[in-house]
Design a protein around this ligand. Structure first.
Ligand code: ADP
Ligand code: F6P
Length: 324
């Protein structure tokens, strides 16, 4: 136990994700359990630079575990990317007497956490993003809830698609990462899944499976496209023109970022949030709390950012095998 740590801050940064509130609650309640004062910093790194923070306690986080979004709000802060912004944030943290900070966000936010640690403010980060695209972690908070939202939506689209014997082309989130598309594709039995990590040929990877499926008697098709590939409206038109199958496009959009967190997100967020506080109390800084081999562990931020996680080829193959 590091007795120098008496007051800590917590903030959420980057895109919000279901389970962020569960993580904030775990930080606040673990902090108060150990007798710390916990400050909630508003609007990501903006709140640190502008000194926007509020004292939190066990009651401030009552009734938040089950809520989507983030009660601290989140933001993208350009000023913080400059050296002067980090310096200002550290000065404000000193003014408020913060001995440590916990950052819940994605890899951009982790780079900010690393800069704060280097500048002298002990900082620990944990992954909150629906994309599941943090290389050092098998899992990111919000991913499971997002997948469940996508599955529910695609199942509904499938009902109408099946009634009209159409092809439905559905865009899901993931600018650079295909985890949502791939696993939603498996869970929804999509005929085609397109992810940004793999190049594709329209004729071979889209038209061929749709036409072959039709020849085998399939009466509808679901095509799931990650946001990073995009172009679903034009793709639906082209499928219709080239196959004669009536096609419709749907962009699921921000519905995927909201909603009450799933059991998995609540539990993992609680474990990770508590671990962040314990690391600060052990005198640690510049760490990412993450999941490896299904266990919550911590790694150095620099090392974590340098790790590589690949979209597993065997899962891509499985999606293809099951789509016949
Ligand atoms: P995410 O954390 O979800 O990846 P962003 O990439 O938008 O989201 O990053 C969130 C915030 O983290 C940015 O608005 C900025 O304040 C900070 N940040 C991002 N990249 C860096 C960087 N290279 N160095 C320092 N801070 C950064
Ligand atoms: O990182 C999460 C994410 O939802 C991505 O999948 C998406 O590309 C991006 O955020 C959208 O961000 P926004 O609409 O908030 O700018």
């Amino acid at each position: 136990m590091n007795n120098d740590i008496r007051k800590i801050g917590v903030l959420t940064s980057g895109g919000d994700a279901p389970g962020m509130n569960a993580a904030i609650r775990a930080v606040v309640r673990t902090g108060t359990y150990y007798g710390l004062t916990v400050m909630g910093v508003k609007r990501g790194y903006n709140g640190l630079i502008n000194g926007e923070m509020i004292e939190m306690n066990a009651r401030t986080v009552s009734d938040t575990l089950q809520k989507g979004g983030t009660i601290l709000q989140t933001a993208r802060c350009l000023e913080f990317k400059e050296e002067a912004g980090v310096k200002k944030a550290c000065e404000i943290a000193k003014v408020f007497g913060l001995d440590g900070l916990i950052v819940i966000g994605g890899d951009g936010s982790f780079r900010g956490a690393r800069d704060l640690s280097r500048a002298g403010l002990p900082t620990i980060a944990m992954p909150g993003t629906i994309d599941n695209d943090i290389d050092c972690s098998e899992y990111t908070i919000g991913y499971d809830t997002c997948l469940n939202t996508v599955i529910e939506a695609v199942d509904k689209i499938r009902d109408t698609s099946s009634s009209h014997e159409r092809c439905s082309v559905i865009e899901v989130m993931g600018r650079n990462a295909g985890y949502i598309a791939l696993n939603a594709g498996i869970a929804c039995g999509a005929e085609v899944v397109l992810v940004p990590e793999r190049e594709y040929s329209f004729d071979e990877d889209v038209l061929r499976p749709i036409l072959e499926g039709k020849a085998r008697g399939r009466r509808q098709s679901i095509v799931i496209v990650a946001e990073g590939i995009g172009g679903v409206i034009d793709m639906a038109k082209e499928i219709e023109e080239k196959t004669g199958i009536e096609s419709r496009a749907t962009i699921l959009g921000h519905i995927q970022r909201g909603g009450s967190p799933s059991a998995r997100d609540r539990v993992v967020a609680s474990e990770m949030g508590a671990k962040c506080v314990e690391l600060l109390l052990e005198g640690k800084s510049n760490r990412i709390v993450c999941m490896q081999d299904n266990k919550v562990i911590d790694v150095d931020i620099e090392e974590g950012l340098a790790m590589k996680k690949e979209l597993p080829q065997e899962v891509i193959d499985l999606a293809k095998k099951l789509s016949t």
